[in-house]
Ligand binder design. Sequence first.
Ligand SMILES: [Zn+2]
Ligand SMILES: [Zn+2]
Length: 149
Amino acid sequence: MKILLDDLLVQKIITGKYQIRSLDLNVANIIKEPINIAYSFVLEDEYVDINISTSGNLYLNCDRCMDEYAYKIDLYENLSLGLKEFGTEYDVDEEARHYIILSFPLKLTCKTDCKGLCPKCGKNQNTTPCTCKNEIFNPKFEKLKSIKF
Ligand SMILES: [Zn+2]
Ligand SMILES: [Zn+2]
C-alpha cells in the first residue's frame, strides 16, 4: 500500500486498513494468517503525522528446537516526517516490514526455557526427553574406571 503525496495534499487526511499475506522478511517464516495493518496520514503545515499499527501472527521456526511457533505481533508506530523526507510516496508495507524486523528479539525461540534438540540423538527435549545426558562420555570417569584398586 502506497500513500501518494499528491493525494494527501488534496485530502489532508488519509486513513484505512488492509491485510497483507506476504512480507519479505529475512527469516524462514510462513504467513498463514494475514497481517492486519491500519494507518492514518495527516497533513500538517510542514510535515505529515503518520500512525501505523501492525498486528497478527507470524509463524517462525525456533532457533533451538526448530519447531514452528506463532510469534504474535502487535506494534504501534507514530512518526512525523517533513514533506521532503516523505517524498512523493510512502510505502506502508515497507515501513511495517522494517518495524516487525526491529521488534524481533535477538534469538527467535518458541519459549524462553526451550530445551532445544539433544546434540546426540536430535530429539526435541521439550516433547521427547531422552537419556543421552547420562551417557555423555566423560574422560575423567573413564580414567577412574581404568584405575585398579
Ligand atoms: Zn523451541
Ligand atoms: Zn538424546
